[in-house]
Design a protein around this ligand. Structure first.
Ligand code: KG4
Ligand code: ZN
Length: 334
């Protein structure tokens, strides 16, 4: 008989719930974004995020159950993001998940948000090949990992300063384009040309990334030379980011020759990145694994998939587990 799991995600500014079965089919996925709440501040305000999660979480869980046409009593487990993220925001999801699991008499499992993003490729593909190179590009992270089997990650490199999503958001804020900046810059960039030729940071440095200097280069250039259009600035900035990401991916594909390349995290919603990654994968004869576009940004369906993986690998979490704002991936050395 199919077993069902309720997944909850509240690590940042999305209140999300999903029902995922043990064949990893998504029965429902509801995401309530707090973008309007935070837009006026140009970024996420933690206290407001926690309060908004409290206000909406029960409705969102209710909708996820309704849309999947299931009752609490039908569920086998509850999965919830335990970190990394904003501590108050995480607490709302964890307290809700624990209370529901207690009421329904089912186990609860804490999920690493990063493992959720990495598992989001299962929302597009049932058969996920290993070894694989995975690029995780989100608002909080920019890292390149290699997995020889599920749940085992080797860190190839990560950003030494800002994540790429953060750089997009800061450049967009500087240009007065709104929040979150990623989708806005990405859309503008698609209509423009790289006329400014910004630096491509750390191209020669192995698998490490840096985006803070690029952001400063954009700010300095626009201040010195305000005549360029938003489209030209966006296209030039995005081209620099994409060239860096693709150079590192190319290096990893050349070094390891793995059969799969996964691109995950909010920036993987970018049609520009999706197209560039596909070209690269085709060139290397590698399978591109990428979540459906709306499942690249934060959602609970990916937490549900990672929740099933975590239950299979190590069982439910103990009763006293709590938020881990700085949780990292556990890396193997080879
Ligand atoms: O994964 P995510 O939803 O949250 C974190 O775990 O951080 O990623 C959010 C980030 C934001 O920085 C946002 O600007 C970026 O993903 N993003 C995009 C696009 N959609 C979202 N960046 C570039 N192009 C997009 N289409
Ligand atoms: Zn995320």
């Amino acid at each position: 008989m199919t077993r069902l799991l309720l997944a909850i995600e509240t690590s940042c500014d999305e209140t999300a719930a999903a029902v995922v079965d043990d064949a990893l089919t998504v029965r429902s996925s509801v995401v309530a974004s707090q973008i309007d709440l935070h837009a006026a501040f140009g970024g996420v305000v933690p206290e407001l995020a926690s309060r908004a999660h409290v206000e909406t979480i029960t409705q969102i869980v209710g909708r996820a159950l309704d849309e999947a046409d299931v009752q609490g009593a039908d569920l086998a487990a509850v999965a919830v993001t335990s970190g990394p993220g904003l501590v108050g925001a995480l607490l709302v999801g964890i307290a809700t998940a624990k209370a529901l699991a207690l009421g329904w008499g089912v186990p609860v499992v804490g999920v690493n948000h990063l493992e959720g993003h990495l598992a989001s490729v299962y929302l597009a593909e049932r058969e996920v090949p290993f070894p694989q190179i995975a690029l995780l590009v989100s608002g909080g992270h920019c890292m390149l990992t290699r997995s020889t089997r599920p749940g085992r990650y080797e860190l190839l490199g990560e950003t030494v300063d800002d994540s790429i999503g953060e750089a997009y958001d800061k450049v967009a804020r500087f240009l007065g384009l709104g929040y979150p900046g990623g989708p806005i810059l990405d859309r503008l960039a698609a209509a423009g040309e790289d006329v400014l030729g910004f630096p491509r940071p750390m191209l020669a440095e192995g698998y490490a990334f840096s985006f803070s200097g690029l952001k400063t280069a954009v700010v300095n250039r626009v201040r010195a030379d305000p005549g360029f259009s938003e489209t030209e600035v966006a296209a030039s900035f995005v081209a620099a980011c994409m060239d860096v990401l693709c150079a590192k991916l190319r290096r990893a594909l050349e070094e390891f020759g793995d059969p799969a390349l996964a691109i995950v995290g909010g920036v993987a919603a970018s049609p520009i990145l999706r197209a560039r990654a596909q070209v690269l994968a085709d060139e290397f004869g590698t399978r591109l694994l990428i979540p459906p576009q709306r499942m690249a940004t934060d959602n609970a369906a990916m937490i549900g998939v990672a929740g099933w993986h975590a239950l299979a690998a190590s069982g439910p979490s103990g009763p006293s587990f709590g938020p881990e704002p700085d949780l990292r991936l556990r890396f193997a050395s080879t």
